[in-house]
Ligand binder design. Structure first.
Ligand code: SAM
Length: 316
């Protein structure tokens, strides 16, 4: 984990915030008011942690990490850095795909005996392309309370600054590592009218962009790399431009979110001839401007395309 490029840890503002945090954890505010933090919930608590910048952690996350009887994490070495940064001494237990099946019954027993257990991952929100699903499922099946302490997740961080439509989106997690499977995934999503989001490894980025050209040529895509870290880099361009750019880089590094814009509205279910026919009917009692606007709205197609076709008709 790295400091953010914009983070000046010596600034006056940062020092002021640090003083506030210190007061908070001394349980006393500037005016002596009681700032005792609320207790962690019973049962299992999923706690989001930073995706890079260690300061992207919530007060509730720190409260709960301090108060948990134990914290389940993926790699204790990674999580120890976060805990050391905030002087948290809670016991860490490694819970990952290789020991999850054998460990889960013990965790459930501990929870049934009243332990308050936190689940975190190496970065971001646990259970989002990370371990947790089966544990949550087992807790619910055993009537054990499951709570969330929300915070960072790379998928939402990348989407929010992508410049692509955010009203709805499809998150595909990690793309398959093999070309055939990856292409199958792309083929199945080609006509989905929404922003597509994937996690991708830097070693596969160029191959992935190359494969995506076959299905999404002409669309805008975004590569959000190393978000909140020292070398944060977000590139927005047409897919072929991104492919040409990354092909020229000897070794792409860092953590990556890959986003693809929805299909162009021009790829509508109406042919140009059908649009012209509908326009002709409207011209009987609507102005050109109204006909274009209304038809585009009713059929959810690009207004500029309808306008272009309307002008072609007038030329005839
Ligand atoms: N649970 C995490 C979350 O909530 O985002 C995701 C864990 S998944 C194992 C790790 C992947 O998330 C990385 O390979 C990358 O695709 C994405 N990721 C995590 N941190 C990132 C960052 N700082 N910038 C860009 N992508 C990131």
């Amino acid at each position: 984990m790295f400091a953010n490029k914009n983070q000046n840890t010596n600034s006056q503002a940062t020092k002021k915030i640090d003083r506030f945090i210190l007061h908070y954890y001394n349980k006393q505010g500037d005016n002596g008011e009681n700032m005792t933090s609320p207790a962690i919930n019973n049962g299992l608590t999923l706690i989001a942690t930073p995706i890079g910048n260690l300061r992207d952690v919530t007060f509730r996350a720190i409260d709960a990490l301090m108060q948990a009887d134990q914290i389940l994490c993926e790699d204790t070495r990674v999580s120890r850095k976060l805990l050391n940064h905030y002087n948290i001494n809670t016991k860490l237990t490694s819970y990952h795909e290789y020991n999850a099946t054998s460990l889960r019954p013990k965790i459930i027993r501990a929870l049934q005996q009243g332990e308050k257990i936190a689940l975190i991952s190496d970065a971001g929100t646990p259970n989002i392309s990370d371990p947790g699903y089966k544990l949550v499922e087992s807790c619910l099946a055993n009537d054990i309370e499951v709570s969330t302490i929300p915070g960072p997740t790379a998928v939402v961080a990348a989407l929010s600054i992508s410049g692509l439509p955010t009203d709805n989106f499809y998150f595909g997690g990690f793309l398959p590592s093999k070309t055939t499977a990856r292409k199958k995934t792309f083929a199945s999503l080609r006509t989905l009218d929404t922003t597509l989001i994937f996690y991708e490894s830097p070693a596969r980025l160029v191959a992935c962009l190359y494969d995506s050209l076959e299905y999404f040529a002409g669309r805008t895509a975004v590569i959000a790399r190393e978000l909140t870290k020292l070398h944060e880099d977000v590139r927005r361009a047409e897919i072929s431009e991104l492919y040409n750019f990354y092909k020229g880089i000897t070794r792409v590094r860092g953590e990556i979110v890959f986003l693809i814009s929805p299909p162009q509205k021009e790829a509508s279910y109406l042919s140009h001839d059908q649009i012209k026919k509908l326009l002709k009917e409207r011209f009987a009692d609507e102005t050109l401007k109204d006909a274009v606007r209304n038809l585009a709205r009713e059929h959810d197609i690009s207004r500029s395309l309808v306008y272009k076709l309307a002008l072609e008709m007038k030329d005839v």
